[in-house]
Design a protein around this ligand. Sequence first.
Ligand code: SF4
Ligand code: SF4
Length: 115
Amino acid sequence: MGNDGGGYGGWQMKYWRKPLDLDRVKIPHGEVRIIVDRCKGCGFCVEYCPKDVLALSDEFNRKGYHPPKAVRPGECVNCGLCEMICPDFAIFSVSLTSEDAAGAPVVVVSPGATS
Ligand code: SF4
Ligand code: SF4
């Protein structure tokens, strides 16, 4: 299997053949939620999101860190990797149906709504 992507950021996996059930597979959609004041701005979620949904924002949280924001919210596939990788339990995703996902806003959990 080869790919002609350039580097990690722009890497795209190519099918070596079209999967036989490709027409029947539904791509899941998710909506990412960020608990802003738990975040310590480590950037793990940004770095490892497979769909480049996230970027660190210019805003500061109560601890003085830059929490992530969703820059491509419609691309989230609800894989849960950001939730698994976050050392501070500050981010998670919820499943959306494809109808909900069209133009769905990213909900940022407000400060103090974490307990
Ligand atoms: S659930 Fe997956 S695709 Fe969605 S923001 Fe998290 S890591 Fe990215
Ligand atoms: S992995 Fe967690 S603590 Fe690190 S930037 Fe993302 S939300 Fe913040």
